[in-house]
Design a protein around this ligand. Structure first.
Ligand SMILES: [Zn+2]
Length: 262
């Protein structure tokens, strides 16, 4: 009888552990936190479309921000390196920073070529797969060959879902599809594991974070750096957003705040 009770207790413990494991993983603090910058567009058309202003950075501001990073000794790293260091429990060498671009706009290729590469900087491009074309097609969005060129130059491509859906509002089946199909598509096209996810519009909750983990992502990022949300977790890492008119002073303040939260 004692043995039966002990077996039942073991099975119950195993079931409980399995049930709790994803929750525990989602609640794990990111062991290594680095500043993550978020960009969308670099251009001078912010004022002409007020709704876009938060997502457009003036070319001169962007150049000044990149120069600031170089002058202050920052080294751009990829999510691949961040996760690799995190799994070994060692900090990336030097002063790490991640530069990320969302949505896969074709114009981001020129920014990488003209502004990042000459400064020795690299970026992560979060693309949503429904927008990426098989070849450059004038749609305004990047193509798979262009993304492969970016990676050949040292940048990396990660996931921003399939359709840029509002993940907190979709049905469970679509949530799964957005997470899994985008990951599979990028892995098939880019020939490497996809580890990081950027939530469209930054929208996430416990269910979304859990779905990201179950879909095989090792971390996920927000679209804000609001420190009041709490400590950075693996599936809700903050990002510093730069928008129209954000000059060097705000950039430096954000970077310093980001460093203080590490
Ligand atoms: Zn987006």
């Amino acid at each position: 009888m004692k043995r039966v009770i002990s077996v039942i207790a073991c099975v119950a413990a195993a079931v409980l552990a399995l049930w709790c494991a994803p929750v525990a993983a989602d609640r794990r603090a990111a062991s290594i936190v680095v500043p993550i910058l978020m960009y969308h567009h670099v251009g001078n058309w912010g004022p002409s479309r007020a709704d876009w202003a938060p997502w457009v950075v003036l070319p001169e501001d962007f150049r000044a921000q990149m120069d600031w990073l170089v002058q202050h000794g920052y080294r751009t790293i990829s999510f691949r390196e961040l996760i690799e260091c995190s799994s070994r429990g060692v900090a990336p060498v030097g002063k790490p920073v991640i530069i990320s671009f969302d949505d896969g706009w074709a114009a981001q290729c020129a920014v990488a070529r003209d502004e990042l590469m000459p400064r020795g900087l690299r970026a992560t491009f979060f693309v949503y797969t429904a927008a990426v074309g098989p070849v450059p097609n004038g749609s305004g969005y990047v193509s798979w060959p262009e993304l492969r060129e970016l990676e050949a130059a040292g940048h990396e491509v990660q996931s921003h879902t399939v359709s840029h859906a509002r993940l907190t509002e979709v049905l469970p089946e679509q949530l799964q599809r957005e997470m899994q199909e985008s990951r599979r598509k990028i892995e098939a096209e880019m020939h490497h594991q996809v580890q990081a996810l950027a939530y469209p519009f930054g929208l996430h909750d416990g269910t979304v974070m859990q779905a990201a983990r179950v879909a095989g992502y090792q971390c996920a990022v927000r679209a804000d750096a609001d420190l009041s949300i709490g400590e950075p977790l693996l599936y809700r890492m903050p990002r510093v957003r730069m928008g129209y008119g954000d000059g060097l002073q705000r950039f430096a303040e954000c970077m310093e705040a980001s460093e203080r939260s590490r």
